[in-house]
Design a protein around this ligand. Structure first.
Ligand SMILES: [Zn+2]
Length: 217
């Protein structure tokens, strides 16, 4: 299944605070915030500093359903996408990606998004006490409220979250290949619906390649 980097191209992304980053609790204390462990990753664009990447598009990491797209105090705009199909493909019970501190949201709750589809853009979080622009990105393997923050609880972070960096490294599949449980073909003489899975590869913009797991009718 197709998995892309939330900044679309992995080579443009820089990690400024990692998952359970050992420097994170002290950084929070220094910033006057309650100490906490970091349940996600802070991404910035390579070559930027400060707010240089404000407004850069953020995309859905994989196809899924937008279950939350709202504004929160401190968090700013949050988009939460549940990836049922990818979870099944990976043998996981649950998988969701959270995109936080967004300046803008470009999806609505209930919508289905494909991998690489924009969900919003990099922002600064709480307008009254903004951070430097960055994308806070989480991978969750347990259902949690969109704005959930686990504080210092390392055990719950390890149980409910995944480190996005190795996950992305292991599963990135930037080619435009989509797997569907079935497909429908419209011919001049009628319609044919497949019984089984279909793979559509759009990697070559001049040629759509369609793989079938059954004989043509
Ligand atoms: Zn963060």
């Amino acid at each position: 299944m197709r998995v892309v980097h939330p900044l679309r191209y992995p080579e443009v992304a820089r990690v400024d605070a990692g998952f359970l980053d050992p420097n994170y609790p002290a950084w929070r204390r220094k910033a006057g915030l309650a100490p906490a462990e970091h349940p996600g990753v802070d991404f910035n664009l390579v070559g930027t500093s400060g707010d240089g990447d404000y407004g850069y598009p953020v995309v859905a990491m994989a196809s899924g359903r937008v279950v939350h797209a709202r504004s929160h105090r401190v968090w700013g705009n949050i988009v939460l996408v549940e990836h049922d199909e990818l979870a099944r493909a990976l043998g996981m019970k649950y998988l969701a990606s959270q995109y936080a501190h967004l300046a803008f949201i470009s999806v609505r709750e209930g919508e289905v998004v494909l991998a690489g589809e924009p969900v919003g853009s990099i922002g600064k979080g709480d307008p009254r006490n903004p951070f430097f622009a960055h994308l806070h990105f989480e991978l969750r393997q347990a259902p949690l409220p969109a704005d959930y923050w686990p504080g210092m609880d390392r055990q719950s972070i390890l149980a409910s979250y995944l480190d996005p960096v190795p996950f992305l490294k292991a599963h990135l599949a930037p080619e435009l290949r989509f797997t569907y449980p079935a497909a429908r073909f419209y011919f001049p003489g009628g319609v044919w619906t497949t019984k089984g899975e279909v793979v559509v590869n759009l990697t070559r913009p001049d040629l759509a390649q369609i793989g079938l797991n059954e004989p043509l009718p």
